[in-house]
Design a protein around this ligand. Structure first.
Ligand code: FE2
Ligand code: ZN
Length: 389
């Protein structure tokens, strides 16, 4: 669909000149800006406009000939929905945003599943896998060869494995190598990992390699976003408590570490542009004592936290992991836990960062050109399909 260039350009004047998309302004290999912003005259104006089928050429008053794909202009127009004649322009088919699906309580048979060979060999299957994780918060991968190497390759199919003070790819049998409850065989209540990092890992993958001479150890998953939505509907003021009070977090179990995020963070993080929840930090093991609040603020917060905890307990989904089936989940959304177990259990797995996972998903979903045309596009929020969080 062809757009009228003039209203688009009138509307984007302040940044359009600086962000000229021609090869003298954007390096064609690095995609970085190479023009000198500060040598552009402050009062630069458009002298003339030419347009072809998918490019707009603008002659600027400083004699620069600017080049802009229509898709770029469209993505970067401020307040475009109010411009006459452009209202009905739809996003391309590839960009129709699917809302996240809330995970139904209990039924592991309804869980999203993919196969190891498919995701390892075809980008289309990788795309399906990552979309399941984004849409539903988790996914199983079946027919994984039962060894750490294959599990590591599986994670690296998404992106490099995140290193932490516990290491990168891990492979352990229950002992107390690291002084953290996760490394014991005790019950582990629902939590998110890495609340103590400034940037918690986004994905976590578990693969049970063996479990002998014992039983138990079922895995717990809870859709924290769905539970938060229930909290918001039942008691909006409780929801607001978990948004508004930032909490301190820490990881101090090993002698040589005491990790704390650079800023305190709330249980529910709301995206500043999209006005939607994008990250949960819920970890009663790792929450540090907060000092900067009054006695009455504390009472109200604990009441809200107790309410959220009650809702979580009604939304538990238990699964028994089997060698050959890996579980991956969105650690910004899903809470996880584990039942107590006996016997010897060998598990392996690892983390993936948010930015690297989303980059992979975005490129698979839209293709590189469309993604680049939409850099910085927060237009039409919260339904903007290009803004994956
Ligand atoms: Fe954990
Ligand atoms: Zn240029």
């Amino acid at each position: 669909m062809k757009l009228e260039a003039r209203p688009l350009i009138d509307n984007v004047m302040p940044t359009t000149r600086e962000n000229c998309q021609c090869p003298k302004c954007i390096h064609p290999d690095t995609m970085q800006r190479i023009s000198d912003t500060f040598s552009i005259p402050q009062e630069v104006e458009i002298e003339s406009i030419e347009h072809s089928d998918n490019m707009v050429e603008i002659k600027w008053s400083d004699n620069h000939m600017g080049l802009y794909p229509y898709a770029w202009l469209y993505a970067h127009s401020q307040g475009i929905s109010s411009i006459e004649g452009t209202k009905s322009v739809p996003y391309p088919q590839s960009a129709q945003r699917r809302p996240r699906q809330f995970t139904p309580v209990v039924d592991p048979d309804q869980s999203p599943r993919v196969k190891y060979d498919d995701v390892m060999s075809a980008d289309e299957s990788l795309h399906i896998w990552l979309s399941h994780i984004w849409d539903q918060g988790f996914c199983f991968v079946d027919d994984v060869p039962i060894n750490p190497e294959a599990t590591q390759y599986l994670i690296e199919r998404i992106a490099f494995i995140r290193n932490t003070h516990y290491g990168g790819f891990w492979d352990f049998t229950a002992d107390l190598t690291f002084k953290d409850t996760a490394y014991t065989n005790e019950f582990l209540g629902a939590h998110t990992d890495n609340t103590y990092f400034t940037d918690p890992a986004r994905l976590q993958l578990f693969h049970l390699l063996s479990h002998t001479e014992g039983s138990g150890g079922e895995n717990l998953l809870i859709d924290g976003f769905a539970a938060a939505e229930q909290l918001r509907l039942e008691r909006p003021e409780h929801y607001a408590q978990l948004v508004n009070h930032r909490q301190p977090w820490h990881a101090s179990g090993n002698e040589d570490t005491c990790i704390q995020p650079s800023a305190m963070s709330p249980v529910f993080s709301i995206h500043p542009d999209m006005n939607t929840m994008y990250q949960i930090r819920w970890n009663n093991y790792d929450r540090a004592p907060k000092t900067n609040w009054s006695a009455s603020e504390q009472t109200t917060w604990y009441r809200a936290a107790r309410h959220y905890n009650e809702i979580l307990q009604t939304r538990e989904m238990w699964t028994k992991l089997k060698p050959g089936s890996a579980l991956i989940f969105d650690n910004w959304r899903m809470l996880h836990g584990r039942a107590q177990f006996t016997g010897k259990r060998r598990m392996c797995g690892g983390y993936v960062n948010n930015d690297d996972y989303i980059s992979r998903l975005r490129l698979l979903k839209f293709g590189r050109k469309e993604v680049l045309d939409n850099l910085g596009n927060v237009r039409g929020n919260p339904l903007n399909p290009y803004w994956y969080i």
